[in-house]
Design a protein around this ligand. Structure first.
Ligand code: PMP
Length: 307
């Protein structure tokens, strides 16, 4: 992990090595935190945070779902993200805001524990590797099912929920794959451990719907809008596991992974075994959108003013 100089903690910028929490932090024991993953890109217009508004909105929604009042406004958090990038002098970075229950109360009712907020930013390259982005990655359907709405809130991006992703990620890693694909509680295709999933069948795109227990990724929403603009038909529906083996192309989207093709799933090549034409076309437009090169999507690029 490439360290930066400063981390924003409860309204102040502190040195990276001083950004510490107490060992009795409630979130450490019970997973009572919600967070975001955001990226900022170096563009000709300056450093541009991709869809900052939507990420900060989701952070506040996740917090509300777990009864956490955020002690700052959305505007303050967005301004803090800008300040952090500027003061660290990062031209491009990954940004990790977290809202969590701090120390002071033990036991399962955290309502009297303080709600703390921190934001870190650092340089982070392609999550599934540069080669993964160009050639595609190998994935495996996990033996773990994605958490369901029966016991947790899949719509929230909450710390404790990630034990599910961690199990699937470690399983796929130990078996020699780059990523794990989780099915939902009914056995339909759901998503990767930190990415949404898209299949291409006969030129159309198919993706699990919001009733399949997915996290509705910001990049998923961006690719859906791009596909519409590009005249590619897109269907949201239940997807059977076997469709993963029968379709022409598969790709994943996520802030960390951006748009990454899957070239092999459960040891079967996807289509020709190389990223297909629909994936490559969407990847190009998406990459242009991330880097503020497409007029249609400049609304998504939140430019950080140079101090
Ligand atoms: N699903 C899960 C479980 C995730 O952790 C992520 C990453 N936040 C995604 C999907 C993709 O979401 P986004 O495009 O907003 O990064």
């Amino acid at each position: 992990m490439e360290q930066a100089d400063l981390i924003w903690m409860n309204g102040e910028l502190v040195a990276w090595e001083d950004a510490k929490v107490h060992v009795l932090t409630h979130a450490l024991h019970y997973g009572t935190g919600v967070f975001e993953g955001i990226r900022a890109y170096e563009t000709e217009r300056g450093t541009a945070v991709f869809r900052n508004d939507e990420h900060v909105d989701r952070l506040f929604r996740s917090a509300a779902l777990y009864y956490m009042p955020v002690p700052y406004t959305r505007e303050q958090i967005k301004a803090a993200i800008h300040e952090l990038i500027g003061r660290n002098g990062l031209p491009a970075c990954y940004i990790r805001p977290i809202v969590y229950r701090g120390a002071g109360v033990m036991g399962l009712n955290p309502l009297d524990a303080p709600v703390e907020v921190s934001i870190a930013a650092w340089s982070w390259g392609a999550y599934l590797g540069d080669e993964g982005k160009t050639k595609g990655v190998r994935a495996k359907v996990s033996s773990w099912r994605r958490i369901s709405g029966d016991s947790l809130i899949p719509h929230a991006k909450a710390s404790g929920q990630y034990l599910n992703s961690v199990l699937a990620k470690i399983e796929s890693h130990k078996a020699g794959y780059e990523e794990g694909i989780l099915l939902d509680q009914h056995g339909y295709v759901c998503e990767g451990t930190g990415e949404n999933l898209f299949l291409v069948q006969d030129g159309k795109i198919v993706t699990p719907s919001q009733t399949n227990g997915i996290l509705n990724g910001i990049n998923r929403q961006s690719v859906i809008e791009i596909a519409k603009d590009e005249g590619v038909e897109l269907v949201e529906r239940d997807i059977a596991r076997a469709e993963l083996y029968l379709c022409d192309e598969i790709f994943m989207t996520g802030t960390a992974a951006e748009l990454t093709p899957i070239r092999e799933i459960d040891d079967r090549p996807v289509g020709s075994g190389e990223p297909g034409p629909v994936t490559k076309r969407l990847q190009k437009v998406f990459d242009d959108a991330l880097h503020a090169r497409d007029e249609r999507y400049l609304k998504w690029n939140d430019i950080v003013a140079v101090p």
